[in-house]
Ligand binder design. Structure first.
Ligand code: DUC
Ligand code: ZN
Ligand code: ZN
Length: 467
């Protein structure tokens, strides 16, 4: 037999083209794209389906320390299961050190937690929340050189936020080691002020998570992060951009010649702050940072996607159980929104939401969909061309997509560890039916058919960051 597997009859989608081709796979790699490929041990009929590069979700949080008494709802098994049901073949979670750990110990821990428990491939980013001489001089450089070539810094959250000086210091390390700096851009001092004011007048409900993190909080921090990157002379990625004014800062910086990349997420395209104002404590299901905004800002984010200003569309999957005192109902959350853990689940619904709202509604093309959900993530973070495209020599990470499949998002159909989805009842056209990871069929006809957990960690390096 010439191939282990041939996928026959699909429309093959890349970031530049859509063409009818069969896909010949051998030893987990795409060996041929064309017609009449010959013999294979197995054939998958894919008439009427799109073959897309498996989704790469470059922004997910799994088993991350989240504060006293709070536990994330997914481990690596459940997160990667949920991800592959949603058409993903690589996810990129963050390593965050516990209080008593250094970053190297934290990364070792994450590798141990992930090893043997992943249905698909995983590649870790770091989070830098302590800036001491050991972190700057030893741990961070060693980890960047060992293949964890991107890290996130926070401008918000006590205990996580870095000062401007600290951000400059870690940017200097990124510059020396060709790493990508990802920034959570919200001004902690402004939030702290607004939160105190809100609590003083009794505004303690989940909705006030949104009112105390208004657009200027994000716009200012976005501008400052970009300015710091200009001063340090490094490229940066602004993650989870939620609104038009922050995007304006990014546009202006690009006009000055700054290399700034931008990411948005489904919550900023489909949810609003009004979702946090649902009755009772329901609004807590939508508490994430930055918060969802309003319809004008949704439109600005859509325009940014359509016009190629966002290169990345990620889930920011950060799941907590709603009905639990180790989740959204943690001790104190009824007294103030400030105690509600920040984050929502979304790794499984990311791709269907963009396909349905973006491709089916004519806002973006199929090739833009492939770029935003896979190709650009692989290019920006150093996984391309093994990942992120369907080309000869690339890993056979493939999602077969039924563009006509009609469904409604229901928690009962999802596979994450959370007990709710923010998109309950959301109508969808198009769904990933079958997903292959390095040539292995993991999900077939929406069933998990391979439970081997063959996913591995992908080391990355960024010698030539893309222009
Ligand atoms: N930032 C994230 O990127 N995810 C969840 C919470 C947060 O603040
Ligand atoms: Zn963040
Ligand atoms: Zn995040």
């Amino acid at each position: 037999m010439q191939y282990d597997l041939i996928i026959k009859g699909a429309e093959v989608v890349s970031a530049s083209d859509v063409s009818r081709a069969d896909i010949g796979i051998q030893d987990g790699v795409i060996k041929a794209l064309g017609l009449d490929l010959g013999d294979a041990a197995r054939t998958l009929e894919a008439e009427g389906l799109y073959a897309l590069p498996g989704g790469i979700d470059s922004h997910v949080h799994i088993s991350q320390p989240s504060g006293p008494g709070i536990v994330m709802a997914d481990d690596f098994e459940s997160a990667t299961r949920s991800a592959v049901f949603g058409g993903n073949t690589t996810i990129m979670p963050f390593c965050l050190a516990e209080d008593d750990q250094n970053l190297r110990e934290a990364v070792d821990d994450y590798h141990e937690k992930a090893s043997g428990n992943c249905h698909i491939d995983v590649s870790f980013h770091l989070i830098v929340n302590k800036v001491d001489s050991q972190t700057l001089g030893q741990h961070l450089p060693a980890l960047l050189e060992a293949g964890h070539s991107s890290f996130k810094v926070f401008m918000t959250y006590p205990g996580m936020r870095l000062s401007d000086r600290e951000i400059l210091d870690v940017m200097a390390v990124a510059k020396r080691h060709c790493a990508m700096v990802m920034v959570h851009a919200e001004n902690e001092d402004a939030i702290d002020f607004l939160r105190d004011e809100a609590e003083m007048v009794g505004d303690i409900a989940p909705y006030h998570h949104a009112t105390t993190r208004p657009v200027p909080v994000e716009r200012e921090a976005t501008h400052r992060a970009i300015s710091l990157a200009e001063i340090a002379g490094v490229p940066l990625t602004i993650v989870h951009v939620s609104n038009g004014e922050a995007l304006d800062e990014i546009r202006r910086a690009r006009l000055r010649g700054v290399r700034v990349h931008a990411e948005t997420c489904p919550q900023y395209l489909t949810l609003t702050a009004q979702d946090l104002d649902r009755t009772g404590f329901e609004g807590a299901k939508y508490v994430c940072s930055p918060p969802p905004r309003d319809e004008a800002n949704q439109a600005a984010c859509w325009a940014g996607l359509e016009q190629g200003e966002f290169e990345l569309y990620s889930s920011d999957h950060c799941p907590f159980v709603f009905d639990s005192n180790s989740g959204k109902k943690v001790e104190g959350s009824e007294r103030s929104f400030r105690h509600i853990p920040n984050g929502i689940p979304g790794v499984e619904t990311r791709l269907p939401i963009l396909f349905s709202e973006g491709v089916v509604k004519g806002r973006i093309s199929l090739s833009q969909f492939a770029a935003l959900t896979a190709t650009n993530h692989a290019k920006l973070y150093g996984l391309y061309p093994a990942k992120g495209t369907l080309a000869v020599g690339s890993d056979a990470d493939i999602t077969l997509w039924d563009p006509a499949y009609q469904t409604t998002i229901r928690q009962s159909d999802l596979h994450h560890g959370s007990d709710y989805t923010p998109w309950e009842g959301f109508g969808i056209t198009g769904w990933p039916i079958t997903t292959l990871s390095r040539g292995q069929v993991i999900v077939e006809n929406r069933q998990l058919v391979n439970k081997d957990c063959h996913g591995k960690h992908l080391a990355r390096s960024l010698p030539g960051l893309p222009d």
